[in-house]
Design a protein around this ligand. Structure first.
Ligand SMILES: [Zn+2]
Length: 190
């Protein structure tokens, strides 16, 4: 499946909106992404994540780990397609942890699963937690890669997504005045 098809599926499921958006930071953007929207449809999740599986299937992965919430469904679907064990980490007392009796075998090759990677902060934190348990994190698999900088591990994504973000007082979309500024559905706003 080509990149165009991935974009098409993200748009069809309203996971990717194009226009003029007011972000929670107060800045304005030309695109808004909410990957949970595409994961509503298992058939779409399967198709989009198959493009990621193609990139990671020969890496001899032992375990797929998705940080909650965003990574849980992505992790499950990747594990299903790879035929590998899949667990999740979750934040407790502000710290990313492996709970519920989930285990990491010493030297296990792990891929982290995320819906979207932006700054990579939570991914890096998850990597550290898993390495302290003896795992070997070989990268992160995600639907959308929004990074601008190296996050210290390979990123395998369905789509590299460019989103222009502007300060409210210096926004070309405001200056053009053609597209109304909207706040994406605030209940799922993140
Ligand atoms: Zn604007």
């Amino acid at each position: 499946m080509s990149k165009v098809d991935v974009i098409d599926i993200l748009k069809k499921s309203d996971a990717l909106l194009e226009g003029h958006f007011l972000l929670s930071s107060g800045k304005h953007s030309n695109r808004y992404v909410q990957c949970a929207k595409v994961l509503r449809f298992p058939e779409y999740a399967e198709k989009v994540l198959r493009t990621v599986v193609e990139q990671i299937k020969d890496l001899n992965i032992d375990l797929v780990v998705g940080p909650a919430m965003g990574g849980v469904i992505v992790s499950y679907e990747l594990g299903r397609q790879l035929g590998k064990e899949t667990v999740f980490t979750e934040r407790k007392d502000g710290e990313m942890q492996l709970r519920r009796g989930f285990e990491v075998k010493k030297g296990a090759k792990i891929i982290i699963a995320e819906d979207v990677v932006t700054t990579g902060k939570s991914t890096i934190e998850t990597k550290k937690a898993l390495e302290e348990l003896g795992g070997e994190v070989i990268g992160v698999a995600c639907i959308a890669n929004r990074t601008n900088d190296d996050i210290g591990m390979p990123i395998y994504s369905a789509i590299k997504l460019e989103i222009q973000v502007h300060d409210a007082n210096n926004c070309p979309l405001c200056k053009e005045g053609k597209i109304e500024l909207v706040k994406p559905g605030s209940r799922e706003f993140k």
